[in-house]
Design a protein around this ligand. Structure first.
Ligand code: DHB
Length: 508
């Protein structure tokens, strides 16, 4: 809701606008369809207008998922402000609930912040047997906290890789989930005048596959590649570009993630499926077999060429590269980020004495034994970590189609497949699911502000993946706040005070 037009002009403009939309668009926001929710945050009552389950496309396929929950602090209807924000200028916080590339319902003020469990709480895919999404650090409802902070909140649901209709056809394979979230952004933009909050300040947030979605929303704004898909579901014909993207441990850049994982974990042959917090904490340690070790070596060997092709540069303009053995300035750059993270923890009083891989001198972490650090992290996935040779990874089914549940999405895995009739996904779809392909592209409005977090103990994907994303963005002159929070596992929303501080800085 922007305060740009006043008086008579406003009346005329709103009128003609409403006329326009009536012709052909069932996507008008209904300001009267809400309930008042009386909620409590930090022992303080907070009243919220809740507009729930708004169908955000004209031709929905599944209204369990293609719906939006929209929440506004009730005070904004009484001309009040919270934290310097009001109905006109409040940013719209846009958290998604996507986990594991699964279908996701929109987030709500009433849920205990947990993303929906995958396959009944445990990811059954080959590599990922752990409860989703590593949310051990989440203690409060993100949406509620955001509302109490003065943000308007919009959380959209999205189709996912397991959605199947009664004819046995899948309808949530890539890029459906992303397209849905884009369509929801479009709904907010279309109705900006009628909806509180400023749709020029949409800040997306997500964790893991949801972090990947958030990164894609940020990277791909208004790119025409997605138009046929948006048209198919009857998305509003307006912009889907967002202002800022907050991404926790994005499981992204999937077509290079296998190589990144092996570059990091090659030589660590013992693995434990899953993290420390789920039923897998008690699972036995297993060891890569010879074939898997060979795959690890082959994938690891492809990584330097990829890194070098990106021509990434550090803050001083030095090229970040790797030599054939996998060493070089890119590795040093990552090492330095881990050292910064450890120093932040040390300064905050964290006891690091049990971390012998850190070299601490005079109360400062000066170096790190990289190999020991990686061993301490522990390998979690078997190679290839994402494009599994037997098509058993979550990502294989993300790249399926209407009638194919799972596909490969790298040439390497296609070539080495163990499945007799395996096929590879359409190149264009793989392209559309990787934010790296769109950052700074001439036909794209990439978000101006980025906050990327990947826990220093998160081994769901390689550390390099978020680093590459962050550096590419910074090199293209986007504003990037990137860090590897100390000892965090695969999780998100664990530092909401800091996240909201960042949002305030970029929004006010
Ligand atoms: C998620 C985690 C993974 O390890 C993965 O491969 C895909 C998604 C998740 O938590 O969303």
């Amino acid at each position: 809701m922007k305060n740009t037009i006043v008086g008579l002009f406003c009346f005329i403009s709103l009128f003609s606008c409403a006329q326009e939309r009536k012709a052909g668009s069932g996507l008008n926001f209904n300001p009267d369809k809400y309930e008042i929710q009386i909620l409590t945050y930090n022992d303080k009552e907070i009243r919220v207008r809740a507009f729930e389950k708004i169908v955000y496309v004209e031709k929905p396929v599944d209204t369990t998922y293609q719906v939006l929950n929209f929440y506004v602090p009730e005070e904004y209807y009484r001309n009040k402000s919270i934290n310097g924000y009001n109905a006109q200028n409040a940013p719209i916080f846009f958290p998604n609930q996507v986990g594991g590339y699964m279908p996701a319902e929109p987030g709500s003020t009433k849920l205990n912040n947990f993303r929906p469990p995958i396959n009944g709480g445990v990811v059954k895919d080959n590599n990922q047997q752990r409860p989703q999404g590593g949310l051990e650090d989440k203690k409060e409802n993100t949406i509620l906290k955001a509302l109490s902070h003065g943000y308007v909140v919009a959380s959209a649901g999205a189709r996912g890789r397991t959605n199947k209709n009664k004819d046995g056809k899948y309808y949530g394979k890539a890029p459906a989930g992303l397209v849905d979230l884009k369509a929801a952004i479009r709904y907010l933009k279309l109705n900006d005048r009628e909806m509180p909050g400023n749709a020029d300040k949409i800040i997306s947030n997500g964790t893991s596959a949801g972090g990947a979605m958030s990164a894609l929303l940020g990277a791909t704004g208004d790119n025409p590649d997605y138009l046929p898909y948006l048209k198919e579901i009857g998305a509003a014909e307006t912009s889907d570009a967002i202002y800022a993207s907050s991404d926790y441990c994005p499981i992204t850049n999937l077509d290079h993630a296998d190589a990144a994982y092996e570059w990091q974990f090659f030589g660590v042959n013992d693995y434990k499926k899953g993290g420390l917090f789920g039923p897998q904490a008690d699972t036995a340690t297993e060891t890569l077999n010879e074939r898997q070790q060979k795959v690890s070596l082959e994938l690891k060997n492809t990584f330097p060429a990829y890194i070098n092709s990106l021509k990434l540069k550090d803050e001083k303009g030095n090229l970040l590269t790797l030599d054939n053995s996998g060493n070089g300035s890119f590795k040093e750059f990552l090492k330095a980020k881990v050292i910064v993270s450890a120093n932040v923890a040390l300064k905050a009083g964290t006891d690091l004495s049990e971390r012998p891989f850190l070299i601490i001198k005079n109360g400062i972490v000066t170096d790190i034994n990289w190999d020991e650090y990686i061993r301490y992290m522990q390998r979690q996935k078997t190679p290839p970590a994402f494009d599994a040779l037997d098509l058993s990874a979550a990502e294989n089914t993300e790249f399926g189609t209407e009638s194919f549940d799972a596909k490969h999405f790298t040439e390497y895995s296609l070539k080495n497949t163990t499945v007799s009739n395996a096929v590879i996904a359409d190149k264009q779809i793989v392209k559309m699911m990787n934010p790296m392909n769109y950052i700074g592209d001439a036909h794209t409005k990439t978000a101006k502000y980025w906050r990327i977090r990947h826990g220093s103990k998160d081994k769901d994907t390689g550390l390099a993946i978020s680093a590459i994303l962050a550096v590419r963005l910074a090199n293209q002159c986007y504003h990037v706040d990137y860090a590897l929070p100390w000892d965090k596992h695969h999780s998100g929303d664990y530092d909401l005070d800091e996240l909201f501080h960042w949002i305030d800085q970029i929004s006010k």
